[in-house]
Ligand binder design. Structure first.
Ligand code: FE2
Length: 331
């Protein structure tokens, strides 16, 4: 039981004890005092309601049963041999239970309505995030269909890796979306760099190294994109600190970004590019094995090996594969 619930339980017990003490202290000497005595008996409804609000139906029923037990002892001890008065009092027991059950049911319905409303809000926020990120991916596809095809490939590998390392459904979704938009920063990179098939000069290299920051800045402008931007920004960081843009090391790199890097490298090596043929699965894994440790996270690479062994990752898409809804590769 968490601290707040424990505190609510303590207050419940205190209120019940205070009402019991007041009820027993206020006697029945005159009509007026007796009226107060009856009122205090009715006040037992308060902890019953409180129990239902704090702990739901079960809380309402259990508090009602506790109050019924207390009240029964009072009736048996203080009012034995008064059958006419006793009928009124026994009926109160039913009233306590009725209030406990009905308050509990109402609280349960209110919780359900609140949960449904929160679900609708969360779902529409999520679809807004997906729409925004998909727009960025489509824009990248307009600029360079190969980059979009690669991003979709990376997104699928991310999904398999996320499941393999036991991420939650929400974290897997976030990682998959990060995979889809990890390279959207390339939208802003000049043609001679983006479509270069040779070695970069220093200026071109610097321009290319800006793409994770550019991508993160774009993703951050999308509603709900903050967490995804943090993953995207670090997708070229390397465990030995030789990556970019910040030169983060080992555990400084977010785990999701380390998974994304493994998916990115795997997809890039497996795909055919303008300047290189596709590598076979065996050569890809041999190359990545050599990179594992300094250049890509070892734990994430091992997750890739397991995912491949389980058949969770399909082969690289061909150039004719469909891209994000509504777009097709340029001829
Ligand atoms: Fe990249």
């Amino acid at each position: 039981m968490d601290l707040e619930k424990r505190d609510q339980l303590r207050r419940l017990v205190l209120w019940t004890a205070a009402i019991t003490a007041a009820h027993l202290l206020v006697g029945t000497q005159s009509h007026l005092v007796h009226g107060g005595h009856i009122l205090l008996g009715a006040l037992y409804m308060f902890p019953v309601l409180k129990g239902a609000v704090a702990f739901g139906l079960r809380g309402g029923v259990l508090t009602a049963l506790a109050v019924m037990a207390l009240y029964s002892v009072h009736v048996l001890v203080s009012w034995s041999g008064r059958p006419m008065a006793n009928q009124d009092q026994w009926a109160m027991l039913g009233a306590y239970l009725f209030v406990g059950v009905s308050a509990g049911v109402l609280v349960r319905q209110a919780d359900r309505h609140r949960w449904e409303r929160d679900e609708v809000i969360a779902r529409s926020a999520r679809s807004e995030t997906i729409r925004g990120l998909t727009s960025l991916a489509i824009a990248l596809g307009e600029r360079d269909p190969d980059s979009l095809r690669h991003s979709e490939h990376v997104a699928r590998v991310c999904e398999a890796l996320g499941a393999e390392v036991g991420l939650s459904r929400h974290e897997i979704d976030r990682l998959r979306l990060a995979g889809l938009v990890h390279d959207v920063g390339k939208i802003g990179i000049a043609d001679d760099v983006l479509f270069s098939s040779g070695q970069f000069d220093e200026q071109q290299r610097r321009a290319m190294h800006e793409h994770p920051l550019r991508a993160a800045a774009m993703v951050r402008t999308i509603y709900g994109g903050e967490d995804i931007a943090a993953i995207v920004e670090a997708h070229h960081e390397q465990p030995d600190g030789s990556g970019y843009p910040k030169g983060l090391r080992g555990q400084e790199i977010p785990f999701a970004a380390r998974l994304l890097r493994v998916a990115d490298v795997f997809a890039a090596l497996s795909e055919m590019r303008r300047y290189k043929p596709a590598m076979t699965r065996e050569s890809v894994m041999e190359t990545m094995h050599a990179m594992s440790g300094p250049s890509i996270d070892r734990e994430c690479f091992e997750a890739l090996e397991r995912a491949l062994n389980k058949g969770l990752i399909q082969d690289a898409p061909s150039a004719a594969s469909p891209v994000v809804q509504g777009t097709a590769p340029h001829a």
